[in-house]
Write a protein that binds this ligand. Structure first.
Ligand SMILES: Nc1nc2c(ncn2[C@@H]2O[C@H](COP(=O)(O)OP(=O)(O)OP(=O)(O)O)[C@@H](O)[C@H]2O)c(=O)[nH]1
Length: 300
């Protein structure tokens, strides 16, 4: 008898001391968040996805009167961001390279001019070497004046060989030669530096498709400048249509205060961020970790 009463009283106290988060509460809060996200250069479709996830987490949730609703909302936002950033499939690059039966493992790099592609290739070559893998770079940007010397300079500094032809040569032929070189010398990885391009430059896009056809890369990596914000997401989509992108490296995250591109890009093209560039040195390449990124956004 006493037990029953206790239970009834208990449930009454529970009921009156709780309030339910309504759809209206959340809608109001989300309105401000939407503006802030768009200002931080997060792509519209990613903003929508985040809003849906946050709403799902919060609407109908019962909270005790007097508890800090802000903390609850903040937690839901954090979780939603982490979910959006978590790729459907992860790529462990070293594992992937080692598990390919034959050598070499071929990686083609694509991206717009000035996105930091050449520097990133050198950083990755350095990282692969540190992980015990042999690397050769194909100077397949035979288009831009100075590109071959630039990649040679970087390669010299990180101690990697470059296979090159002269300017105007067929980029696919350069890549092919680099692969033959790697095969003959048992080198693990070929990194192909392609010319930076944009969507207006149709024949360069065709050239890139030809490189992909001739070399049949194991991985196509899009290198994007995180400072370009929303437009880097659009670039990635265009490249993804021309040649399927398997992974992303975002450069200059050290200088990017907004973080919108990082938040949107995987969601937009369905490929994971593999690394982020965090400086100009060869060691300034960091395997991407969404938890680290979320801390960077929400941490102190
Ligand atoms: N702060 C910072 N600077 C970077 C990063 N990655 C690249 N850069 C700088 O960005 C500039 C452009 O990099 P490049 O590698 O020359 O650009 P690119 O994409 O090869 O240019 P194209 O050959 O025209 O395609 C250089 O000054 C790099 O040092 C990064 O993660 N952080």
């Amino acid at each position: 008898m006493l037990g029953k009463l206790k239970e009834k009283l208990g449930s009454f106290v529970e009921r009156v001391s709780q309030t339910e988060i309504s759809e209206k509460d959340v809608e109001n809060a989300l309105w401000d968040l939407e503006i802030e996200l768009l200002e931080a250069d997060v792509a519209l479709e990613t903003v929508e996805e985040l809003k849906e996830r946050i709403k799902e987490k919060l609407v109908g949730q019962k909270v005790k009167i007097g508890t800090n609703k802000k903390a609850i909302v903040e937690n839901a936002v954090r979780e939603a961001v982490l979910e959006v950033l978590t790729p459907e499939k992860r790529i462990d690059l070293i594992e992937l390279i080692r598990s390919k039966g034959e050598k070499p493992f071929v990686i083609a790099f694509v991206g717009f001019n000035g996105s930091g592609k050449t520097t990133t290739i050198a950083k990755l070559a350095h990282w692969l070497k540190k992980n015990g893998l042999g690397v050769v770079i194909a100077a397949s940007d035979t288009f831009r004046a100075g590109a071959i010397e630039q990649v040679e300079e970087h390669a010299k500094r990180v101690g990697v060989k470059v296979i090159k032809h002269s300017y105007g040569a067929d980029p696919a032929a350069v890549a092919y030669d680099a692969i033959q070189h790697a095969k003959a010398r048992n080198i693990d990885v070929v990194l192909i530096d392609t010319a930076g391009r944009n969507e207006l430059n149709r024949n360069l896009m065709d050239e890139m498709k030809k490189i992909a056809r001739v070399t049949n890369p194991d991985l196509v990596i899009f290198v994007g400048d995180s400072l370009a914000g929303n437009s880097v997401v659009e670039q990635a989509k265009q490249f993804n249509e021309a040649v399927k992108i398997d992974g992303v490296i975002l450069t200059k995250l050290d200088a990017d205060a907004r973080g919108g591109a990082a938040l949107s890009i995987s969601h937009a093209i369905g490929a994971p961020i593999l690394f982020v560039g965090v400086g100009q040195g060869y060691d300034d390449l960091r395997p991407f970790d969404e938890k680290w990124f979320v801390e960077r956004i929400f941490g102190e």
